[in-house]
Design a protein around this ligand. Structure first.
Ligand code: ADP
Ligand code: ZN
Ligand code: ZN
Length: 747
């Protein structure tokens, strides 16, 4: 349960010699319920104010949590002002929390029945299905996903891909009844596969580790030197400088010294590529851990890490910091600047980089790696809190891509834009494809259009539950709220004026894909965004298709900006830099720079300089020029000057205080009352309350306050005051269902 604080239970006599901290036990709680609890501490102090009950039953015979993990939980709970029960929820795989343990889960796969696995019989099937268009569409969808449609003759059937039913439904939009019909009519059949088989990566091959060049070897030595003095070191190396190769050498060194390594990546998509790269060298020493893995798999990895034969290396996303490590030597935080390291919703709103640094305090070192450090990290490195090692050249001296800025405002005026594409962009992409190279188009918006609008009166459909306009998704033929996930039918006419002309405004990746198909009918196009990567297989498929050249034009959101390493990409198009630049946040320029520098880094890897076409209405902005010159120093100086002046990190700490309630008046008065209380203690450090940009989400109205706290302020005291003010406010009956929560070090 998401409870705040710990409770005391009595250890019955027979258990006295068998229980210890980190073990799970069953305890009574409330009137008649029993829950799983974890022993945090064994002590002799009788608590005041309640009757101590007995532990009912001991679940584990050895701890499932190591002492340093409990310490980390407590640190996260305190620092991020989140009940420790929420940390527990986030940290433990469900199988370790469930009262009845975990069962292996199976996934439903789908394939052709034996009758239709020949080319001739397939044609028969397609003919029969002509009269059932939906079934035909789903059937063709299956053939193309599984690559049956690319197989010639009746040989080489092994290359058919296994497809889960869920994946088929997600990518074709087919419904379950449609698929069931196809199964009933004998065209397709389903089969179950148990998920939860750990991957067995084969023998390690340390001889495959690449020899470092001089610059890399230098950096490697400097890192080791830095580790002697500092717990945390930043490796700031331009894209493609070979940071990963250096990491591999450092990992091998830890293994030789019998220590474990945690390798964190910000995005699950990235673990796929990195897994292949690490597995070649480290084989079965490598374990993978992230939230797209089934719970059964996660429990298995957890247990293995507690065993005498744990993985030496864990590669994972954010949640991997919660795994048990008996002998951690090194944590690598790759792409350390990425905001997805911070959990936004639900609680605990923790930053995995900070959590990793805390975890490592008991004797491990932390290496942060990136081409574009976040301002706080770089500041820490520049001021000597962290070590700093730089790598300024790409491997083999390949130049960073050339960036050409295109003023789309001007082209619009001259009516020279083709939708969202400038003539320059289209001609460069065409040339690249003609030469057999690949291109990437980056648009940081998914869906068809960010909104639809009545051409006559300007009416825009909005979510009933949130204060935002709805995004049009054409493939699913619906409007979707990106805040609560609610979907709506597309209206046929405007409810305000009756006009039938409703049009999409702006461009999402779906529409980009559609238009680019018209312009380049021969291109093999794929799209990577949240909608096309709902399953683990889908990620792998899109990335491996593009890596292998089965597709040659990739359209995507920020997902594609993150460290993916493709060989044949010669052109990258940034379709619209302005949505990032105009974002109302003090980090907008920092984030825009990083995003653009990172996507640009995908251009021109093996042997050839790449080209980036950067489309914007604001070519004169300094940040655009900084991107063009890849001038991180100048961005840093601009940003820190501004932050110092306006009291932002790294000079000040921020805490956002959020209040939520279904009634706008209630949340309004409550927020003013809380604001007044906080001002008594914090004075001018409190800003607000204000309505945030999206002031209602999932039917709850929101107010936000900002606390700007100077470095060196007594943080435990601050948290104590905040908690006290919250408790006092919540005593008021009017506020019984008011929610208050905090975002510490918000991004
Ligand atoms: P980064 O992590 O800095 O973006 P990578 O480690 O991915 O850079 O290196 C970019 C490319 O150059 C990769 O394909 C990598 O295998 C290759 N590479 C880097 N260093 C070496 C090396 N010392 N020997 C051989 N190949 C290397
Ligand atoms: Zn209208
Ligand atoms: Zn909504």
């Amino acid at each position: 349960m998401p409870l705040d604080g710990l409770f005391t239970y009595a250890v019955p006599q027979p258990m006295e010699s068998t229980v210890s901290t980190g073990m799970r036990v069953l305890v009574p709680f409330g009137k008649s319920k029993t829950y799983i609890a974890i022993i945090a501490r064994l002590h002799q102090q009788k608590p005041e104010g309640y009757v101590v009950k007995d532990i009912l039953q001991q679940i584990d015979t050895s701890p499932i949590l190591l002492p340093q993990q409990l310490d980390l939980w407590q640190w996260i709970a305190d620092y991020y002002m989140s009940p420790i029960g929420e940390v527990y929820k986030a940290a433990l795989p469900a199988g370790l929390k469930a009262e009845d343990g975990y069962r292996p889960r199976t996934e439903t796969y789908i394939r052709l029945t034996a009758n239709y696995r020949q080319e001739a019989s397939l044609h028969v099937a397609l003919n029969i299905l002509k009269r059932a268009p939906k079934q035909l569409e789903a059937f063709i969808g299956y053939l193309s996903l599984s690559r049956w449609d690319t197989i010639e003759g009746d040989t080489c059937r092994e290359s058919v891909m296994e497809i889960t039913r869920e994946e088929l439904m997600n990518s074709t939009g087919a419904t379950l009844p449609t698929l069931n019909q196809l199964v009933k009519r004998g065209f397709l059949e389903t089969y179950e596969v148990e998920v939860g088989r750990l991957n067995h990566g084969g023998e390690p091959h340390p001889e495959l580790i690449k020899t470092l060049n001089t610059a890399q070897q230098d950096a490697y030595n400097q890192i080791l030197m830095s580790f002697m003095k500092k717990n945390v070191t930043l490796l700031h190396g331009v894209t493609s400088s070979g940071k990963t190769e250096i990491f591999i050498h450092l990992i091998q060194r830890e293994i030789e010294q019998h220590r474990q390594v945690l390798y964190l990546l910000p995005e699950i998509a990235l673990t796929v590529q990195m897994m292949q790269r690490l597995q070649r060298v480290f084989g079965h020493r490598l374990g993978i851990y992230h939230s797209k893995y089934s719970d059964a798999e996660r429990v298995e990895i957890w247990q293995k890490q507690l065993s005498d034969n744990p993985y030496d290396i864990i590669l994972g996303a954010r949640s991997a910091v919660f795994l048990p490590f008996k002998n951690l030597g090194l944590v690598i935080v790759d792409e350390e600047h990425e905001t997805s390291y911070k959990q936004q919703d639900p609680m605990p709103r923790y930053h995995a980089r900070s959590a990793a640094i805390m975890l490592a305090q008991k004797g491990a070192r932390v290496l942060l790696g990136t081409a574009t450090p976040c301002m706080e990290t770089y500041h820490n490195a520049k001021t000597g809190k962290y070590g700093l090692v730089e790598l300024k050249e790409r491997y083999q001296g390949i130049e960073l891509p050339e960036i050409q800025v295109v003023d789309i405002q001007d082209l619009h005026h001259r009516k020279m834009m083709n939708g969202p594409f400038s003539p320059l962009l289209l001609s460069r992409v065409r040339e690249a494809l003609d030469r057999g190279e690949q291109a990437i188009l980056f648009q940081n918006r998914r869906g068809w259009a960010p909104m639809i609008e009545c051409k006559q009166c300007g009416w825009v459909p909005r979510c009933e539950h949130c204060d935002v306009s709805l995004t049009l998704h054409r493939s699913m033929n619906q409007l979707t709220c990106h805040y609560c996930g609610f979907t709506y039918r597309i209206p046929t006419e405007c409810p305000a004026c009756g006009c039938k002309d409703l049009q999409g405004r702006g461009y999402g990746t779906e529409k980009i894909e559609d238009q680019i198909r018209d312009i380049f009918p021969d291109a093999r196009i794929s799209r990577m965004d949240l909608d096309t990567t709902r399953t683990r297989n889908a990620y792998e498929r899109i990335i491996s298709d593009f890596s292998a050249g089965r597709t040659n034009l990739l359209i995507g959101t920020q997902m594609i900006s993150k460290g993916l390493d493709f060989d044949k990409v010669s052109v990258v198009g940034i379709l619209n830099a302005d949505t990032m630049l105009n974002y109302p946040d003090f980090r907008a320029y920092e984030h825009a720079f990083m995003m653009m520098a990172q996507v640009s880094g995908r251009a021109g890897r093996k042997g050839k300089r790449g080209l980036v076409i950067l489309q914007t209405k604001n070519p004169q902005l300094p940040v655009i020029q900084q991107v063009v010159r890849n001038d991180f120093q100048s961005l840093y100086l601009d940003m820190v000057a501004e932050r110092q002046l306006f009291h932002y990190p790294p000079y000040y700490r921020l805490i956002y205080v959020f209040l939520k309630h279904k009634n706008d008046d209630v949340v309004n008065t409550a927020s003013y009352e809380l604001g007044a209380r906080l001002r008594q203690w914090f004075g001018g450090r409190v800003l607000g309350p204000d309505k945030p940009a999206v002031a209602k989400v999932k039917t709850l109205c929101i107010r936000k306050m900002v606390l700007k706290l100077e470095n060196g302020i007594d943080m435990p005291k601050v948290r104590q005051y905040l908690t006290l003010a919250q408790q006092q406010l919540l005593q008021d009956k009017r506020y019984s269902s008011l929610q208050i929560y905090y975002d510490v070090d918000p991004l």
